[in-house]
Write a protein that binds this ligand. Sequence first.
Ligand code: SAH
Ligand code: SF4
Ligand code: F3S
Length: 490
Amino acid sequence: MFELNLQGIDINGEPPKSDPERQYYYIAKCRDHLKKREAELGRKLTYHNETFGCQMNFKDSEKLNGVLEAIGYEPRDDEKADFVIYNTCTVRENANDRVYGRIGYLGKLKKSRNDMIIAMCGCMMQEPTAVEKIKTSYRFVDLIFGTHNIFKLAELIWSVYEEREQRARDPKLKKRMVIDVWKDTNEIIEELPSSLKYSFKAGVNIMFGCNNFCTYCIVPYVRGRERSRRPDDIINEIKDMVSHGVVEIMLLGQNVNSYGKNLDEPITFAELLRRVDEVEGIKRIRFMTSHPKDLSDELIDVIAASRHVCRHIHLPVQSGSNRLLKAMNRHYTREDYLLLVDKLKAKIPDIAITTDIIVGFPGETEEDFEDTLDICRKVGYDSAFTFIYSKRTGTPAAAMPDQVPEEVTSERFKRLLDVVGKCSEERAKTLTGKTLPVLVEEENRTENMLTGRLDNNLLVHFNGDPSLLGSIVNVRLNECKGFYYIGEQV
Ligand code: SAH
Ligand code: SF4
Ligand code: F3S
């Protein structure tokens, strides 16, 4: 991937004013510092990154890890590392609770390992109340930053090193947390290192932020306004990835269908997808997420005509009730949504459709909920992510009357799971006996099994040689197990 060249950087000179050069300077400076620590300790230093949340956060973590590795930290699977970073999510309340529990555990570890650096970043850190709580209750944390300045990681780590050195020189000094959280940004910094989790598949950001303000959702507040990367930067990154062996690309954005609108030379998502489809050597293209209100006929035509775009679309419906869709600020009706599904199925007959659904939005009646069950049956989803509504302070829905009691939501949630489970199974069963290409993604050594995905995203387990990891092989789908298949390579 992007090769970082630190030669010729004067780490004792003034830091460059602009990025990414400024960050290269700080990477080189931190690297020099780390080398000295390694020599003192007689061992390598390690990092551990724990990531919560969605694809966006996982992608950010690849960038954070890229910088940490460029500095010289080696990855480690558990929290007994020299540098521990939590990349947090705050989309639902229980996501926050989980993080606080984990920070407490880090505090215990740090008691016997004073050298350890603890960093917190991600969506939860964009919330002033979360930062306040950490400042008062978890004072052992060293560094807090948000979603808009992850590119600054090396510079921030340098501030932590400096803070420690100051205290070493003057033991009377109190520990100071390095905190740098931005409200929003227009900047997109290209050409920073990144460390891909898989060698054969990778996510690629095409845009950041969200302008939709669905009334239940905190994402626009913690990820800022929508901004798109330039198409040439995206295509060049993909070409670079493909030349290093990546075969599957996932284009990432909170609402990919509004890609390109704010660029100097506006371009549609459909046009971008057509350009990505032409990249030599690419085998599979996925994208998420598609907001139903912005899915164009042009996009459907591009998918239908493409050679490498997977026949799968993730199209979050959230609710099947027109009343709730309006209250959620989704800008489509159930009729619009069903029409869209019909168009997709007509032009791309084998397309898999998946979705997100929220149960228990304020004011949800039994009738509203029945409408949601009904739309699930009508669409026949291949799979669905189902969520119990979680009240997020600061969003309009949190202040709405008629919050639905927990007993009611949990009962509805069970009924919903039952319906979507049956839909998925019915859809999956239609493939029994077929032989289809599978991208091999994981190996299970103990059982000598491989796991891969069909074009439509369905999981397949089969016997095979681990050397097949990352390649696409033909597998006969013998036995449908509901949401996955047992197959055999042919
Ligand atoms: N941008 C994407 C989704 C991002 S969040 C989209 O528009 O579809 C992923 C999912 O989390 C959402 O689709 C929604 O179903 C769910 N979600 C968001 N806020 C929530 C909340 N307050 N309570 C429960 N689920 C929520
Ligand atoms: Fe949240 Fe809606 Fe934006 Fe998706 S489109 S991130 S659900 S506000
Ligand atoms: Fe969570 Fe942030 Fe994603 S809140 S769902 S990690 S955009």
